[in-house]
Design a binder for this molecule. Structure first.
Ligand code: BV8
Length: 268
């Protein structure tokens, strides 16, 4: 009994990949034809735990929104600084995976077709070659002062006195990671660019996101309402699966090369 079931699964996977490849082929060479939204799952196969999985080990008992918030930082700056320091190390030690490289090669092969929007705060898209990726949630590797310099001296973050977190030697203003915390506004330019890309695309490809965080998750519905086809790549169900015309149940590194570059068919 097992064998036919597996064969059926494989045929279904091959068929949906073929259908997905046809959607991608239809937008190649079309300016802004493909908008890609990525989440933490994009970097999972590079060894960076997803947001939900980042709460493993000693961080398991914390709520992400608590750690990734100004209130959480003010309540215990050292704890939050250490969490980000650990994530920074993981990001620096990681390398772009086959999924990141497939997106970069697609952009090279069909210049102007891809608009890449990411929720990720690591720099793996940029290191793979997508240096124009729109970063909705900031940059894990860029620090800034928690508040504006009270002396309007515009002290450089590099001049901060080392510590957890580092602080201004004159006014004690702490450094914070250059990411968008929960309850904070997204960078208006990035959000506007993402909205325009979602509205203009013919295909919205959503990779490795649970679709739990807004306003990023809203970009998918926006694209669909503007007539775009929605294609999701995720090994598990997400909160935005209802918006999809087609779902590929697989991982970013395994699915993107055949999907974007027809490089290799899906093997057993
Ligand atoms: C704001 C930076 C207002 C920090 C992040 C509407 C409805 C409900 C709530 C809200 C709403 N509007 C606003 C809110 C509140 C809140 C929100 O969305 N809360 C949620 C939790 C309910 N939003 C905000 O606070 C936003 N700000 O609204 O401000 C405002 C407006 C004007 C003026 C002032 C204020 C700010 C949101 C941004 C927060 N910052 N990151 C940091 O990283 O530390 S969000 C952070 O979490 C990530 O960047 C990412 O965006 C998100 C995690 O989601 P995913 O990336 O999807 O990751 P996750 O782990 O959840 O899932 C991984 C997925 O990958 C899974 O589906 C898994 O199956 C899949 N996967 C696993 N392995 C693989 C894979 N896929 C492919 N391949 C694999 N190998």
């Amino acid at each position: 009994m097992r064998r036919p079931l597996r064969r059926r699964h494989l045929n279904a996977a091959v068929q949906s990949l073929a259908a997905a490849q046809a959607l991608v082929r239809a937008v190649r060479g079309r300016p802004g034809g493909l908008c890609v939204l990525t989440g933490a799952g994009m970097s999972a196969e590079s060894g960076i735990p997803t947001f939900r999985d980042a709460l493993t080990g000693l961080w398991a008992r914390f709520d992400p929104a608590e750690l990734a918030s100004e209130d959480g930082f003010r309540a215990d700056p050292q704890r939050v600084w250490d969490w980000y320091a650990e994530r920074r190390e993981a990001a620096r030690a990681a390398e772009p995976n086959a999924g990141h490289h497939a997106l970069a090669r697609f952009a090279q092969r069909w210049p102007g077709t891809l608009a890449l929007v990411t929720q990720n705060v690591d720099d793996l898209h940029q290191r793979a070659g997508n240096t124009d990726a729109v970063r909705l949630h900031g940059d894990l590797l860029a620090d800034r002062w928690l508040q504006a310099c009270p002396r309007r001296r515009g002290c450089s973050p590099d001049a901060a006195v080392p510590g957890r977190p580092p602080r201004c030697g004159e006014c004690g203003n702490p450094l914070r990671p250059g990411v968008v915390w929960f309850g904070e506004e997204l960078p208006p330019q990035a959000l506007e660019a993402a909205r325009q890309a979602a509205e203009a695309c013919a295909l919205m490809l959503v990779i490795g996101t649970s679709g739990a965080v807004w306003p990023a998750a809203g970009l998918v519905g926006l694209a669909r309402r503007r007539g775009a086809q929605v294609l999701i790549v995720n090994p598990a169900a997400s909160e935005i699966d209802d918006e999809a015309h087609l779902v590929l149940r697989g991982t970013a590194a395994r699915m993107l090369p055949p999907l974007l570059l027809d490089d290799t068919a899906l093997g057993p």
